[in-house]
Design a protein. Sequence first.
Length: 405
Amino acid sequence: MTITLDDARALDRDDSLGRFRDEFLIGDDPVAYLDGNSLGRPPLRTLARVEDLMRREWGGRLIRGWEDGWLELPEQVGDRLAAASLGAAPGQTVVAESTSVNIFKLLHAACDLRPGRDEIVATDTDFPTDRYLVESVAAARGMTVRWLSPDLVVGVEPEDVRAALSERTAFVLLSHVDYRSGALADLPTITALAHDAGALAVWDLCHSAGAVPLALDADGVDLAVGCTYKYLNGGPGAPAFLYVAERHIGAVRQPITGWWGVADRFAMGPTYEPAPSIRVMLSGTAYVPGLVAVDASAEVVAEAGLEAIRAKSVALTSLCVELADAWLEPHGFRVASPRDPARRGSHITVRGPGARAVADAMTQARVIPDYRNPDMIRLGLSPLTTSYAELWTALDVTRRIVEER
């Protein structure tokens, strides 16, 4: 029997992460927000930290703020984020620029770390920026792309990757969680397969960071990138993160050789001398307000703990599947995400006729989903902010919409 709203409220009362909802700015509109996989809610401590930056640091210290600690923020925030959500030791992560810029840097760096190899393995179903940048780097480097075409629901499989690898493969670029279906790739196995072929494993963690426990160091990941405005709640346009395994830092180089990546910024030397640390991956001046926001949001994730976050994510997505099966499938909308919780991230996708109109009607009813062509409604469940009653209400509204069409 499908659970009731009272049942959902009981789950909220027993939720060990329920108190973290009070850590966020949550008003009465919308009645349900299921798009945290695109943009998370603002943490209250972010508001306080940014105001402190504006009034005390920038307003009070002005240019002296750089000497007071702003210069070190990309590495410091990177270390905090790495400890909270990436399973990475200090000195391997920076927070700077956008995901697209960082992917560009990492792909060129991967080519240089594997000279003489002329093939790239990637999927033709990945998020557009990943595909576009793979094509761009391949064209610039005279390389060939071995495109994989994984099933939407199943996602990329280790055996598919194994079949595409060869002694010519420089690197594999994959998304840990499929942005469409939420399918979760087997990161440890695929990373090991890439290494067996002498290739590097480059991972896009945009849809897993902050929702799925990661162990980049233990799993031997070479390079990784991700955004901070989804489950990490860093805010719209917040700077992305970039990870380089310690074993590569001495040799890694990146193509945007700006002044923030040099060994001594204020030497103002005639030639580019790369920093002998993760700072080599930086290019331009740090965006301090964004870094302060990411730092504050990373604190919240660290306090909650990724294991607890993942446990609630599994519970939320399982409830979402249950309600979608009971209420939406009779009206032609089917779940297009893995049924096994261990094989999915923190969003559930449903597909059906007239999905665009249904998504629009949901928004009009103050239930915010996400829509992706051609017929996918994504329901993003953020464990720190999404309540069980909120999810129940959202699916109940959606049920009434599809019933009345």
